[in-house]
Write a protein that binds this ligand. Sequence first.
Ligand code: CTP
Length: 430
Amino acid sequence: MRVILGVSGGIAAYKAVLLLRLLTEAGHSVRVIPTESALRFVGAPTWEALSGQPVTTSVFVDVPGVQHVALGQTADLVIVAPATADLLSRMATGRSDDLLTATLLTARCPVLVAPAMHTEMWQHPAVEANVATLRERGVTVLDPASGRLTGADTGPGRLPEPEQIAAAALALVADAGHPADADGSLGSDGSADAAADLTGARVLITAGGTREPIDPVRFIGNRSTGRQGYALAAEARRRGADVTLVAANVDLPAPDGVRVVPVETTQELADAVQDRVESADLIIMAAAIADFRPEAVTAHKVKKTGDTVVWPINLVVNPDILAGLVVNRPDVVARRGGARQVIVGFAAETGDATGDVLEHGRAKARRKGADLLVVNPVGGGRGFGDVANDVTILTADGDVVASLTGSKDAVARTILDEAARLLAGDVSPV
Ligand code: CTP
């Protein structure tokens, strides 16, 4: 489920950190939108680190993404905690002078507000009138708890405990007709059957296609769009994983809650993977990686002369990153204290005179040694872009564990079902 956590500027902002933790640990994708004054209590790095998502207070950041509209429109739930008297006033009068208030105007999902302020403020007729207005409009405004306030004073005005706010918010979504899981919590995509089988797993995914420069303007590339890798990242995140996506030349929006590391060349991709290999529980190599690169890259654009007919370019082989991961896995696993690391590769095949797609896939599975190899036919309009995929998943021995034709989302679900079983140790390691 996509949750917006609005935080306004009161001392109780520190409790919203715990609320954020509760929501992300339950597998929800949480985007924190503080007000400027909230950042005086808890800084942006804390929100960013714990949510895995960027934090801004302004509508003038990421303008092409039209965040002040998009965030509210795509949210399943908005929680504002703590809500100060000032924020309640701005909400009640329909102000939109920062990202949080603009988001509140565009959200059509359930909205829960947890006020926190001094007793005198909470009981002031102006605040009471604003709360009444918001309740009339369908906003759920929690009554503050009673107890010790910031100074020596006590009385109604304390922020309720994070567990109570989370429970009230999730109940609100369930009441609004969004299905809840059997245990009463909501799946990370709000659906009744959303699996949380990757909760806590650190997943590293490569996507897109690497480019190898020839000169400052030209490169050797491939047709990969990155869609399958992005679908895998979004699905892994939905299932509760901590996901890093190494994206080679991909022109797609980052999936919610996923860390994206942009790269261009095979060497950059190899370095980005190497930096993260030791902490990864699951690695999925979905990127189409250039097997060769120009031996020399010229510093200046290569010019054609009047009689140029042929331009020979010497290509040298790139390292096979996937094969390297498999070979070095025992060292990595030892350093990680014996925890099993699962590695998944892809094989884009066309078939030729020496064998069909599956035969080439089987040979590659044995050669690369990954736990799973996802074989998909490419060429002739198949495989690349926004099209259904037709895949067969093989073990390192070349045995078929699953095959399906479906959308890239459906393929992602099946791959992660198999990978999650391996991670859980349901099947013997390869
Ligand atoms: N791969 C890799 N490093 C490379 C080339 C490929 O890690 N230098 C990975 C891909 O990310 C993919 C798998 O290996 O997961 C298979 O890629 P593919 O291009 O199908 O196979 P190749 O090894 O390049 O073999 P060939 O081109 O001979 O089919």
